[in-house]
Design a protein around this ligand. Structure first.
Ligand SMILES: *[C@@H]1O[C@H](CO)[C@@H](O)[C@H](O)[C@H]1NC(C)=O
Ligand SMILES: *[C@@H]1O[C@H](CO)[C@@H](O)[C@H](O)[C@H]1NC(C)=O
Ligand SMILES: *[C@@H]1O[C@H](CO)[C@@H](O)[C@H](O)[C@H]1NC(C)=O
Ligand SMILES: *[C@@H]1O[C@H](CO)[C@@H](O)[C@H](O)[C@H]1NC(C)=O
Length: 773
């Protein structure tokens, strides 16, 4: 981490902590995994950005990735391998025209790939914004080449004009369903099926009112249907509420659905959906007055179960900037379907001349039920297509597409609430754990480029870990999961990454493995490793609901590290807890230590100041973590401290401890800056005449910087310094896969001497103190 960045983190920290402590809602990740190139495989190409469209072609072993002006065909098993790519650039003419319409040439007037679907003949359908003039084309992959057929189909209504506008689409039985805006200004929203007969939404604010489309999915509801029901397409979005009696604009989340077989009405609703129904979607986060806004959904279906058991997982963020909570709510398809099939409608009632109020409609509902798909009951009346629907039914749905009842999440509350980086995307995977139960694991992408992995255990929200996927914070724009490879794929403006469902090797001890409560991981007693459950034939130790680590065998004893110190000197003994939920305590010769003026407890270690003979002894750092089952303590570091004798037992005096530390360069930069600043200050003062004879200032500064860079342990009094440095809280041992040579030591907590790469604010204070000596 850059020193200046660590300063920022340090300053923000106390604020973040207070917020956390105030809220009972907040759920903190047990483990924060900082960026490391082994966290995920990366694909990016120089000069290409906005990797935000993905199509899994498991049949071809490909991940097809859409970016700005390019499509890539990547190896599904290792996306850092590119098999093919094709450019789709806007022409100079198109760019010019777009510029002339007042759009930005560098950002808007490019071709952003927005739609990628597989067609039934195994080709692909692809659309791009094409400099605010959307266009679609067919693309095929053969002989290791991606080829665009240059069909130049009009993309209006299929793909957004504006690359910053949200949209949704699916290809279902070779028909493209799209939810986007039809015009240049982005003011004409539409939910449309493109072929064979184009059917779309009525252009009316009661149908769609400034919507932000989020996602779309189909549901095979005709399967085993006793009523002869039709398959449906669901679309999730947020929009300005028409039904709100409020002065300010209020945004609500919605789910809408249409029937696959809808052909529109004969006279009323000609070439418009006759089956468009929508309902409000609630995700009640405590403490929140305003409804939360939907950002992404994931359809989870058990392959062994019927569609009624499918669940939609959705991420929500607040509508006001004053909150930084994000949430995940889950909705059962049968709940949604029941509201549409049986629920009451809302109807507009004019109150004053120009004002309508939306209230529950309690009058007669015509037959066939407005918005229903053509089913057996309708067929019995001779209505076999939507074209046969009576005007009364059609007029009803034209005026009242909104359901009265809102859809509540399963359990009537969120599965996960988290303060911090805004959630952007979600996928969910089911895993059978060692206890035989199946768990749904949520993988949530954030604005900061992290992936949050969480499970809701019997209403207990638990974040297993949060992994930084990109070197710099980059919003995750898209998440996909392949059942074939068992890998997660994430895209951002910067690049695309791929990672496994779990990296069990991040836990190096049985206790850590069990307390992580990761359903994919268990402790192998024979190999003494935390391993991926489905890769192991042995019985593994796992305790998901309680975090019961009492089953763990005795941990390996840790190797003590010898340190020695001069009387009157300072020494820092490093120790980092393996988990954000653990705290550390220290023992000397078996007796608990309490903090004192000369003995300071830091988040990442113990600081001994002005050492004396009585400070010699055996120091142990214990990590104490509380789980439902018990409180567990485990030794994470041990030091044998001797006084005075340089080199005794291989110990290194503190003063030389870390000349070769990894961030000495950074330290030198800070010192150099400091020197320059001081010199400037002195010069200015001298010029102003505040200091008459600055004989020694240059010399003094130089001396000072030497002292600092030779000084062993830079220390500070920050309450939680662990987060302010570049050393991972936990680094995976990765079963030897890791290229990070610090991995092992960090995990065991007994970091070696020359590794205290800490430069943050209190250092400056420290240097001040030195100069006073
Ligand atoms: C595309 O990526 C660039 C570079 O990260 C970013 O500045 C821009 O906002 C992105 N554009 C869209 C439409 O997301
Ligand atoms: C996912 O894969 C598992 C086994 O690999 C299989 O049993 C299951 O049916 C697959 N699910 C889907 C939706 O393809
Ligand atoms: C260090 O400790 C000694 C006694 O052990 C004491 O005399 C001295 O003043 C202390 N120095 C500082 C700077 O506190
Ligand atoms: C630490 O010092 C002890 C003697 O005090 C010695 O037996 C031991 O080998 C030393 N350990 C290391 C790692 O140098």
């Amino acid at each position: 981490m850059h020193p200046l960045l660590s300063l920022c983190v340090f300053w923000l920290l106390p604020v973040a902590l207070t917020l956390e402590e105030d809220s009972p809602l907040d759920c903190r990740p047990r483990r924060s995994v900082p960026y490391h190139r082994d966290n995920a495989l990366l694909f990016r190409e120089d000069g290409v950005f906005n990797y935000s469209t993905m199509l899994l072609r498991e049949d071809l072993d490909l991940l097809v990735l859409g970016a700005r002006e390019a499509v890539f065909a990547l190896d599904l098993k290792d996306i850092s391998k590119k098999h093919a790519s094709v450019k789709w650039e806007v022409t100079e003419e198109q760019e010019e025209e777009c510029k002339n319409k007042g759009k930005d040439a560098e950002t808007d007037c490019k071709n952003y790939i927005r739609i990628l679907h597989k067609t039934e003949d195994d080709r692909m359908y692809v659309c791009g914004t094409n400099a605010f003039d959307p266009e679609c084309d067919y693309m095929s992959y053969a002989d290791g080449k991606l080829t665009l057929e240059k069909k130049g189909e009009d993309g209006k209504g299929k793909c957004p004009f504006d690359p910053f506008q949200k949209y949704a689409s699916i290809m279902f039985e070779n028909d493209l369903y799209s939810a986007t805006s039809m015009n240049f200004l982005g003011s004409e929203p539409v939910l449309m099926r493109s072929s064979p007969v184009s059917i779309r939404t009525e252009f009316k604010s009661s149908w769609l009112n400034e919507p932000n489309f989020v996602s779309m999915t189909q549901m095979p509801e005709s399967q085993f249907s006793e009523d002869g029901d039709d398959d449906k397409v669901y679309v999730f979005f947020s929009e300005t509420a028409v039904e709100c009696d409020c002065y300010n604009k209020l945004v609500v989340s919605r789910v809408a659905r249409v029937c696959k077989g809808d052909l529109g009405g004969l006279r009323t609703l000609q070439k418009k959906w006759t089956s468009f129904l929508k309902a409000r979607l609630d995700c009640p986060v405590l403490e929140s007055q305003l409804p939360y806004i939907i950002q992404d959904t994931y359809r989870w279906c058990d392959p062994q179960q019927r569609w009624k058991d499918c669940v939609f997982y959705a991420v929500f963020t607040p509508q006001s900037d004053t909150s930084d909570l994000s949430a995940v709510c889950a909705y059962s398809v049968s709940d949604i379907s029941r509201v549409f099939a049986e629920g009451k409608f809302k109807t507009p009632v004019p109150v004053e001349t120009s004002f309508v109020k939306w209230v529950m409609y309690s009058g007669d509902v015509p037959f066939p039920r407005p918005g229903a798909c053509i089913d057996n009951a309708a067929r019995e009346e001779g209505i076999t297509r939507s074209l046969d629907l009576p005007d009364r039914t059609l007029q009803f749905i034209k005026d009242k597409p909104l359901m009265d009842q809102a859809i509540q999440p399963i359990g009537a509350k969120p599965l996960l609430v988290r303060r911090g980086a805004t959630f952007t995307s979600i996928i969910v995977n089911q895993v059978q754990a060692a206890d035989g139960n199946k768990y749904h694991v949520m993988f949530v992408g954030t604005e900061d480029g992290t992936l949050v992995k969480a499970v809701n255990y019997d209403e207990e929200m638990f974040i297993i870990e949060e992994v930084q996927l990109f070197e710099t914070p980059e919003p995750i724009k898209i998440l996909k999961f392949s059942n074939i490879t068992g890998q997660i794929y994430a895209g951002s403006d910067y690049g695309a990454v791929q990672m496994p469902l779990a990296t069990c090797g991040r836990s190096s001890s049985c206790m850590d493995c069990v307390l992580t409560r990761d359903p994919y991981c268990g402790w192998d007693k024979v190999d003494r490793k935390c391993v991926f459950l489905s890769n192991s034939q042995r019985e593994l130790i796992q305790s998901l609901k309680n975090g019961d680590a009492s089953l763990c065998p005795e941990a390996d004893p840790i190797k003590p590290v010898n340190r020695s110190i001069w009387p009157g000197g300072n020494l820092k003994l490093r120790c980092t807890a393996p988990s954000n939920l653990a705290r550390t305590v220290w023992e000397r010769d078996g007796n608990p230590l309490t903090p004192a003026a000369r003995l300071q407890f830091l988040g990442d270690g113990l600081l001994i100041l002005n050492a004396s003979d009585s400070d010699a002894g055996q120091y142990r750092c214990l990590s104490i973590e509380h789980s439902k089952a018990d409180e567990y303590s485990t030794a994470v570091a041990e030091y044998q401290v001797s006084i005075g004798a340089v080199g005794t037992g291989g110990g290194t005096p503190t003063f030389e401890a870390q000349v070769n530390g990894p961030s000495v360069a950074g330290l030198q930069v800070v010192i150099a800056l400091l020197v320059v600043a001081l010199l400037a200050l002195f010069a200015w003062n001298f010029y102003k005449g505040h200091i008459p004879l600055p004989w020694n200032c240059g010399k003094k500064t130089r001396q000072q910087s030497q002292v600092t860079s030779e000084q062993g342990d830079l220390y500070q009094n920050a309450p939680r310094p662990a987060l302010a440095e570049d050393k991972p809280l936990v680094v995976g041992t990765d079963n030897g896969r890791s290229n990070n040579n610090h991995a092992g030591e960090a995990a065991s907590g007994a970091a070696e001497e020359n590794e205290d790469p800490m430069v943050n604010l209190p250092t400056l204070k420290y240097i001040d103190d030195e100069s006073e000596i």
